[in-house]
Write a protein that binds this ligand. Structure first.
Ligand SMILES: [Zn+2]
Length: 177
């Protein structure tokens, strides 16, 4: 016959866990889950969201909108400005690269904008990142030649991308507050 080390309850021969302590533990968990509502309905909801929550939301919104924005920019670049270039990436390849790249770029722009609360932060981050990505060959028109124009193009597209994502993120954050 052994006893519970915490409360001294005498355990039955086959019991591994003290039933008294387990019941108390369960009650505590249920209470802690209910307590926000017990403290008063609507009380927690009226509080403004914390800085961390806003930054998280800005990053999420940036990632979502970033994917759309980068696909749009890449499509315009492909079909308007390089319409005569035959050996560019296929439409499918373009979408497969732009969507995940847009999610990552958008998340970073969203993060920068949420932290700095200024659209210029998003423009700078977007411009630099897209210039680097284009320098690495994203959406490069054929045979992988990466010249100064590719970098400048990346800066311009990235700036537009950053401004667009920053505008949306700031709007969402303003409404969330
Ligand atoms: Zn016990």
């Amino acid at each position: 016959m052994s006893a519970c080390p915490k409360c001294g309850y005498e355990l039955a021969p086959l019991e591994l866990e003290c039933p008294r302590c387990r019941r108390e533990e369960t009650q505590k968990q249920v209470l802690s889950r209910l307590s926000p509502d017990l403290l008063g309905p609507g009380k927690s909801r009226e509080q403004p969201p914390s800085r961390a929550e806003l930054v998280a939301e800005g990053t999420t919104v940036g990632a979502t909108y970033g994917a759309l924005a980068l696909i749009l920019i890449m499509l315009v670049d492909r079909y308007v400005f390089h319409a005569t270039v035959q050996q560019g990436p296929s439409l499918l390849a373009l979408l497969c690269i732009s969507a995940p790249a847009g999610v990552v770029l958008g998340a970073l722009v969203g993060l920068a904008v949420s932290l700095r609360r200024a659209p210029v932060a998003g423009i700078v981050v977007g411009a630099l990142l897209l210039a680097v990505l284009r320098g690495m060959g994203l959406g490069a028109p054929g045979n992988g030649d990466v010249g100064i124009l590719t970098w400048v193009g990346g800066l311009v597209y990235g700036g537009i991308f950053g401004a667009a994502v920053a505008t949306v993120v700031l709007n969402v954050l303003r409404q969330a507050r």
